[in-house]
Design a protein around this ligand. Structure first.
Ligand SMILES: Nc1ncnc2c1ncn2[C@@H]1O[C@H](COP(=O)(O)OP(=O)(O)OP(=O)(O)O)[C@@H](O)[C@H]1O
Length: 273
């Protein structure tokens, strides 16, 4: 029999609108960051978000995490309205967000300890995720003893150890060199397939946006709106063949490139007129 819960979207956004004050003054001017975002993300989907700088990508992700609340609109997680961070959603930041005074194992165990997991099972779960990201030799190292790519792996292992179904990733590989980045993309794909997570992933990198996604969400420049969502129907696993040489890859990438370029050209024209 078909499982009815699979039809419930992992995340649903309805009419999300968000403004920010430009200063602390109560009469301060406000900037409109998001203007009416409607979006449904299915369970197990890998959605990448791309758009011009300042279009509201991070704001959108923080609203999905309930780290900030929208002025209007509703966020639903697996069918329920949410207004506070919860265990079903975990964030992975570009800046890793690790505790510098804790070792790798202690960083990864932290979410489990917060949930009062018994020490032994917490350690086992943490070790499982540390192995998944290939850092078993570094369990007792401190973050400053690790490279950027390794620190990001710890961040990913920690997000996995929360047990969250939904990973919210804000440019997680932005600060990592190109070759390590490719390895991280491959690892993330493998883990995503193993663990069947829903992933929302912000990137500035066109190749990354297409390479990883089931669907790319293209945002328009401020105030942020959904310009379009583009399905990426390339065979998986995508690291077993020359995916960049695939005709479908070039088509989606070219479309995104043109749209982002048009936005930039329009913006320049407005700024100089
Ligand atoms: N805390 C804040 N206070 C005031 N304005 C904010 C705040 N956070 C975001 N903004 C504004 O909201 C808009 C969207 O910002 P956001 O960081 O979400 O964009 P972004 O698409 O993630 O940008 P980038 O690609 O450069 O990281 C911008 O105009 C930004 O200046």
């Amino acid at each position: 029999m078909k499982d009815a819960t699979v039809d419930v979207p992992a995340i649903e956004l309805r009419g999300i609108r968000k403004t920010f004050a430009l200063s602390d003054d109560e009469n301060a001017q406000r900037v409109l960051a998001l203007d009416g975002i409607d979006l449904s993300i299915r369970q197990g989907e890998f959605l990448t978000i791309i758009g011009p700088s300042g279009c509201g990508k991070t704001t959108l992700l923080r609203i999905i995490a309930s780290l900030i609340l929208p002025d209007d609109g509703e966020v639903m997680v697996e069918g329920e309205t949410v207004r506070e961070p919860g265990l079903k959603r975990a964030m992975v930041f570009q800046t890793f967000g690790l505790f510098p005074w804790k070792t790798v194992i202690d960083n990864v165990m932290f979410p489990l300890q917060v949930r009062n997991e018994p020490a032994e099972t917490a350690r086992e779960t943490a070790m499982h995720h540390i192995r998944q990201v290939g850092l078993d030799r570094f369990v007792d190292a401190y973050p400053h003893q690790l490279s950027g790519g390794m620190q990001q792996r710890v961040g990913l292992a920690r997000a996995l150890s929360t047990g969250a179904d939904i990973l919210l990733m804000d440019e997680p590989f932005g600060a990592i060199d190109a070759q390590t980045r490719e390895l991280m993309q491959e690892e993330l794909m493998r883990i995503w397939q193993e663990e069947q997570k829903t992933v929302v992933f912000i990137t500035h990198d066109l190749d990354e946006a297409v390479l990883l996604a089931d669907r790319v969400l293209l945002m328009s420049r401020g105030p942020g709106r959904v310009r379009e969502t583009i399905p990426v129907e390339l065979p998986r696993p995508r690291f077993d063949y020359d995916v960049r040489g695939h005709e479908g890859f070039a088509k989606v990438r070219g479309h995104l490139w043109q749209a982002l370029r048009n936005d930039l050209v329009e913006q320049r024209a407005e700024e100089t007129s």
